[in-house]
Write a protein that binds this ligand. Sequence first.
Ligand code: PBG
Length: 328
Amino acid sequence: MHFPETRLRRLRRTPTLRRMVRETALSSADLILPLFVCPGEGIDHPIASMPGVARQSVDRLVETAREAYREGIPAVLLFGIPATKDSVGSSSWDEDGVVQVALRALTREVPELVTIADVCFCEYTDHGHCGVLAGETVDNDATVENLMRQAVSLATAGADIIAPSDMMDGRIGAVRQALDDAEFSMTPILSYAAKFSSAFYGPFRDAADSAPSFGDRRSYQMDPANRREALREADLDVVEGADILMVKPALPYLDILSQIRGRYDHPLAAYHVSGEFAMIKAAAANGWIDYDRVLMESLLSIKRAGADMILTYGARDAARLLAAGWSE
Ligand code: PBG
């Protein structure tokens, strides 16, 4: 049957009909809010390229996390801006490191909130690369050793989920083993399975002060041209024991998200990254697009493509809109 018997517009006629046939719905339970923690007290330092996002000291971060949880957001993802950096990023596994202190405070102050700790070195190394250097390149296996230390340190400080974002080979299996050996066999791993070497991370690197001082990340993060390789990355992480898979960035990589959704029954996350958020903010500030509508359409599309969880700097805005009965 086709036109004129079939008219798809019949079911689009009224808001109620459209609501009945709507296939995807966003919920605040889908959202994860990334947060940046820095040393000090009373600090709320705005990030110019990410309006509404700030680097915060632990006291202020706890308040942000508490409000986000009240607004319906179940989890936060923590990034640290450490007091000191060195060639291997050793402040990332310091038991009094910024993220460790924040994890202890969040566990005490907002116990129901799920804390996710990003595991990587670029914020902690003086050269800005995601691991131990061997000449101009990152030494995979030496970096994996340190990832194991960092993961155990973060779990000890109270991280509910460990999220390796470095893209070293073999890291998921190694981190799983390290967690199990340290009696964290119940701590899940959210793997940045397919993380692309993306220009969309630009604002994050300002926020976290983590831009590489030379070269780029193309020898460890993925080539944006590669879809089949992304599936192999996901395959390896599944075999190595990842509990949740993630694709990053989100909107430019919905094809990857959709394929991984079809291939695995694992919970799937997508990271709507800093550049994706900054573009919406910038265009909206110019009056060129409507922030609320473009944010919600972006998140809905990410969910439609297969994400169960969405990491986004717009999580609180989205949760507030949903609580106010948002529907298009
Ligand atoms: C750390 C890390 C990065 C992001 C998340 N974890 C930066 C990078 O890989 O350069 C980017 C997040 C964003 O852009 O919002 N490796």
